[in-house]
Design a protein around this ligand. Sequence first.
Ligand code: FPP
Ligand code: MG
Ligand code: MG
Length: 382
Amino acid sequence: ASPGGIGVDPLRMVAKEMKFLTGNIRQLLGSGHPSLDTVAKYYTQGEGKHVRPMIVLLMSRATALTPKSPRYNNQQGSADIDNPISPISILTDVNPSSPSTNPLAHSQTSYLVTDSDILPSQRRLAEIAELIHTASLLHDDVIDHSVSRRGNPSANLEFGNKMAVLAGDFLLSRASVALARLRDAEVTELLATVIANLVEGEFMQLKNTVRDEKNPVWTEETITYYLQKTYLKSASLISKSCRAAALLGGSDVATVDAAYLYGKNLGLAFQLVDDMLDYTISEKELGKPAGADLELGLATAPLLFAWKNNRELGSLVGRKFAEEGDVLRARTLVFQSDGLEQTRALAEEYVNKAIAAISAFPESEAKDGLVEMATMTLKRRK
Ligand code: FPP
Ligand code: MG
Ligand code: MG
């Protein structure tokens, strides 16, 4: 049983919307160039968990009954999401204002009229969040020289680095166009900032965690730096998407802030668990290489906690586990320490903060779903 109630299935509550998610995303990614079309849609085929869209949709429902901002006119601004984004840019951009020249332009996005309390703009936001996430995965797998993703060969392995990077850029562009069509400047600013945050987080990760590489010492700042990096790389997208969902629904400031805090704490917990699973779960179960972080020279939470009580890890961190036997030695020291337990405990703290953030929301199935999503974060194995 979970705090959200017995047998709460978050997916069931937004199943109607989730059913159209992949189809709509693939429609946003249509290109007249056949190989670009293939690479761009490649990561939409596999078994993605779709965590971000699910949270956006649940947040949209859970905030539907919260107080509205006095600024909200209930008109959805002038959101223009039913006019499909031209799927054939290379042919039709000759005259971009004339979508009628595009044979696919009138194939409607699947936002069939439903009795749902989720707005079309919020459903589109869920797709945009997944698009930005998928773009970052295309780039991430190039940076990490990853060979598999979601149980399949990675895009960089299948199509090469150049096409994988360009496909990622293409996804960002289509996400940006879809975002612009929401006609909400604040939401646009939030999601545009997310893209910068992802790059900032990745840069923080590329730089060493330690100030003096010749003499790496553990300080409290080691953890602060890691958490800042983790916010940017992993929690920014979820937190700002939650905020945007509440904004699109016209919620008042307190609700918008609560939505943001839920996403921030959940995102931090999510990445802490990710860093833990990299040590504890096999490649087969993960669907992507396991033990990858140390191989990439990355010191994540389990190791940073272990390092606090074992100075030997400092020299390994300083040379990014690059010498023969370093990776195995670091792994062994982490398993001998309480680093994994500490990581789990910190993740649990963030999960509790996420749940507390939305405690003032009116009771609803969607709220239970959000609580369950947070609780499940600690239990997941992939
Ligand atoms: C996965 O991390 C990667 C991210 C969450 C973000 C990566 C960000 C970039 C590559 C910057 C470029 C961003 C955009 C928007 C194009 P991971 O490598 O720890 O996880 P993994 O095990 O799933 O590979
Ligand atoms: Mg990676
Ligand atoms: Mg990475």
